[in-house]
Write a protein that binds this ligand. Structure first.
Ligand code: DGJ
Length: 734
């Protein structure tokens, strides 16, 4: 019924009254504006428009999300948008996947939300559309936010559900962060998937009619970030429309892709309410985490560049956002738990000589840590391994000109630990289901667990000059019981846990503002924007075998900036050495993000150490480009046996190219004749002149070309042996 009046609205064109909104207009276009005809709102980013229409009946409809110029879509949109609301709920016709599902005190499960009012507010400095909806019968309010990160083509969506009832409770059974609706079409989904030792693998699939769900139920993020990119079927590469998104949440999450038959695609993201219920007492509210969504017309490359710039410049913790990430030594893959003071001091002396800046002691330093199943939970230094506490080691590390870092795994404990013996009720458990697991997860939803962790980590950081904390979590959720939970709160444990985890890290960061934080969870099990708004960088896989790493790192860089991607020089899968690639190759692979070393450098020869010193010196020179430049992924290892990445400065005046070859092409073979002899660069100024030289070879004066030539014609593929690599510097030439 609504279809024709709405179509009429849309056909009349959109008239803005920009004066209404308080946010400053950029390029003459207000980022968020109220529209009169049709009645609604426009949210603009650099190259996208998000349009909401308020129907005569008070329903808020997402009329359009796509390119800045949306006029051509108006009529078509009017035909489908009436079926999916901006905040789709359980209630009315189930044509959509609901973002909000509640149960009222009288048992009614249908929601009926209508527009109350909209306004533009500022959230953390950015204009934000705040739409308030009210249920037509019950005193329940849903406030839906859209924050405009214009420069990055990103919108952040989240919701607040408020129980305004003075007497009755409401139970929230589902509350997603937001939903977006893409025009009627067929779409290809790009996603990441993984498992320990094989994280961040890229997959593509056609979204056929039906519901596709990506989710995590173990707190392990499925070994990839909750990220997606969707594009019209048949398009791809560096051009064309792409919608993308990433969720700010580290607990159980869900991304849903509801492709209607011959219709639009609805995408939702948020907390996975599987086995979760949140009770709202009278006056209480529940806020969802943020879902970042974006639209670009620059293909998957534009999506990757917009999203990673948004993360680097607005999401990562402010304290170290602009600081160069240090070159790290972490001894875990050299000696696992078998560590002691003199051995660490010997390693530190070698590490300092080759140019390491941050010396990190991993697992094994604390009381009772004789094997991987004991000691966890007691955050006190082992006085046998470290007779002088950590002081002597830290003093030596600092004297050598490095900073000191340490590993912790606060959320778990071993049953063989003093903490478990004292507080067996602090772990998640059901008394009737005895567990055989040796390592258990603390119930961080419990206030006393939170207090214990805050106190013990504060003590550790206060008593020692620690500049870097590696925060690990090596457990999967199972048997999530909380026997003494406050009545009715049992099923809020999973969201309360994450809430307290964030509070814990936030409080520690406030108390120790200069400390760097690294996120780790059995490798890359916790890399999401919720955690990465609190952590400066991440350990992304325990698979450090350089050839595997080419895939893992390429996948990771689809969704996260290089400045967060820690990579070690050491050829291991888990803790087992694999046939080593050359040290040179391993360094070049580890330089793609934040360079670290974890091999046993005591065994390195003089020439190995000299090579390492040269590589680290080179890394320090190219670090600003790698960590802050714009990344162009020129060649994907998922398509060929090669990989090439190019990092370009913000003014396009210089760049660095990293190229890798896994296997040799037979001369004159089909592969070598299919254009693979050429490497075309991107992101340069067409008429500027650039010198292209091999970074490792200081005697190489290189060749000079115009940017247009490098981008259109390209340079010869610089490698032709297996497991080989090269780093090319692209510098301005006269
Ligand atoms: C798992 C991590 O991924 C490793 O880097 C290491 O820190 C171990 N845990 C230590 O137990």
């Amino acid at each position: 019924m609504l279809r024709s009046p709405l179509a009429k609205f849309l056909m009349t064109g959109i008239s803005l009254f920009a004066a209404f909104h308080p946010a400053a207009a950029q390029d003459g276009v207000p980022p968020i504006a109220r529209t009169r005809s049709p009645d609604g709102w426009l949210v603009k980013t650099r190259s996208s428009t998000y349009q909401l229409v308020i129907t005569a009946g008070g329903t808020v409809v997402p009329a359009f999300y796509g390119p800045g110029e949306q006029a051509g879509y108006q009529k078509r949109n009017a035909e489908w948008t009436t079926r999916i609301d901006e905040v789709p709920v359980r209630g009315g016709f189930p044509f959509k996947t609901p973002a909000v599902e509640v149960v009222f005190a009288d048992g009614v499960r249908n929601l009926d939300l209508k527009y109350e009012h909209g306004e533009v507010v500022r959230v953390e400095g950015s204009p934000t559309l705040k739409i308030t909806l009210r249920d037509t019968h019950y005193p329940l309010e849903v406030v839906s936010y859209i924050r405009d990160l214009r420069e990055f083509n990103v919108l952040e969506k989240w919701m607040v559900i408020r129980n305004l009832d003075k007497k009755n409770e409401v139970t929230v059974e589902n509350a997603m962060s937001g939903s977006i609706v893409l025009p009627k079409n067929q779409y290809t989904l790009t996603q990441l998937a993984g498992k320990p030792l094989n994280e961040f693998q890229l997959y593509e699939s056609l979204l056929s009619p039906g519901l596709k769900v990506l989710e995590n139920k173990t707190f392990k993020s499925s070994f990839n970030p909750p990220w997606f990119a969707v594009r019209p079927y048949g398009s791809g590469g560096t051009q064309g429309p792409v919608w993308f998104g990433s969720l700010h949440y580290s607990g159980n999450w869900r991304l849903e892709f509801d492709q209607q038959f011959d219709g639009p695609l609805q995408i939702l993201g948020g907390v996975n309410f599987w086995d979760t219920r949140v009770r709202l007492h009278p006056g209480a509210s529940y806020q969802t985490p943020k879902l970042a969504v974006g639209y670009t017309d620059q293909g998957l490359e534009g999506a990757q560049q917009d999203l990673t710039a948004y993360i680097r410049k607005t999401v990562l913790p402010e304290a170290h956002r602009e600081d160069p990430r240090p070159v790290i030594f972490n001894g875990y893959y050299a000696s696992a738990l078998h560590i002691n003071e003199s051995q660490q001091i010997a390693l530190a002396r070698k590490a300092a000589r080759i140019g390491v800046e941050m010396f990190v002691v991993d697992d094994g330093w604390f009381k009772g840590r004789e094997d991987p199943n004991s000691g966890l939970g007691d955050w006190v230094v082992d006085s046998v391994k470290f007779p002088h506490g950590l002081t002597a080691l830290i003093r030596e590390v600092n004297r050598l000109g490095m900073q000191f870092g340490i590993w912790v795994e606060p959320e778990n404990l071993d049953m063989n630990s003093d903490l478990f013996r004292a507080h067996p009720d602090w772990v998640l458990h059901d008394p009737t289901r005895p567990s055989t697991a040796k390592r258990r997860m603390l119930n961080l939803a419990k206030p006393e667990v939170y207090d214990y962790l805050l106190a013990s980590l504060t003590k550790l950081l206060r008593e020692n000059d620690i500049a870097y904390l590696k925060w690990d979590q090596n457990n999967f959720l199972s048997a999530v019981g909380w026997p003494d939970a406050p009545k009715g709160e049992e099923r809020a444990v999973l969201v309360d846990y994450i809430h307290n985890l964030y509070r814990l890290v936030d409080t520690l960061r406030k108390r120790f503002p200069n400390v760097w934080f690294e996120s780790c969870s059995s490798g890359g099990g916790r890399v999401d924007l919720g955690m990465m708004s609190r952590m400066d960088l991440a350990w992304i896989s325990d698979n450090t075998y350089a050839l595997n790493r080419l895939f893992i790192q390429y996948g990771y860089l689809s969704a996260m900036p290089a400045s967060t991607m820690l990579s070690f020089v050491v050829d291991k899968i888990g803790n087992i050495y694999r046939p080593a690639t050359s040290l040179d190759f391993r360094f070049d692979v580890a330089m793609m993000g934040v360079l670290g070393i974890s091999d046993n450098i005591m065994n390195w020869s003089k020439s190995d150490l000299a090579l390492a010193a040269r590589k680290i010196a080179l890394y320090k020179q190219i670090r600003p480009l790698v960590q802050k430049g714009t990344l162009y992924r020129l060649v994907s290892p998922f398509e060929t046996n090669r990989e090439a990445l190019q990092y370009v400065s913000s003014d396009s005046s210089s760049a660095v190219v990293m190229a890798y070859q896994m296997a040799k092409y037979l001369p004159q073979s089909q592969l070598s004749s299919r254009g693979s002899e050429v490497l075309r660069l991107r992101g340069l100024k067409p008429s500027a002149r650039y010198r292209v030289s091999r970074a490792a070879d200081t005697g190489d004066s290189g060749t000079v070309h115009e940017g247009g030539f490098l981008m259109q014609v390209g340079i010869g593929w610089p490698l032709n042996t297996e497991d080989s690599s090269v780093i090319l510097r692209i510098t301005p030439a006269a």
